[in-house]
Design a protein around this ligand. Structure first.
Ligand SMILES: [Zn+2]
Length: 135
């Protein structure tokens, strides 16, 4: 069976560090700057990370969220670890903007139909801004 995390589209990769991949969400989305922090190895959930991976995760996520706030002028960044599907721990880091409509706020962002997706060029530009802020 194919594993979408092991076969991540290299064009989506932002950063690789400490056993994690930081990458743009693969699906079309209305939320610009939506990033995902994914374990490089198979680990079902947060509780399967090693102590070293767990220790690296918090500071890494914090750094990314602060870059999303500053580079995108986001009001807030959500962190979601649901883990129903992939065999890789992954933390969704989802910016919320002043103009984010109510039906894209919180976990509702996951249910946005493809018809509401932002143009891919805008989504890619937002990811590049966050990448630049990460240095
Ligand atoms: Zn995999």
């Amino acid at each position: 069976m194919k594993c979408p995390a092991c076969e991540l589209d290299p064009s989506k990769l932002v950063l690789r560090r400490d056993g994690f991949l930081l990458h743009a969400i693969a699906q079309p989305t209305p939320v610009k700057g939506w990033l995902v922090l994914t374990s490089e190895r198979h680990a079902r959930a947060w509780y399967d990370l090693t102590p070293e991976e767990s220790a690296a995760l918090g500071p890494f996520a914090r750094e990314v969220m602060r870059a999303q706030l500053s580079a995108l002028h986001a009001e807030h960044v959500y962190a979601f670890a649901i883990g129903d599907v992939l065999q890789h721990f992954h933390l969704h880091l989802v910016p919320r903007f002043a103009e984010t409509p109510a039906h894209h706020r919180g976990r509702a962002a996951f249910d946005a139909p493809a018809s509401e997706a932002a143009p891919q060029a805008e989504v890619d530009a937002a990811v590049r801004s966050v990448m630049a802020a990460l240095g």
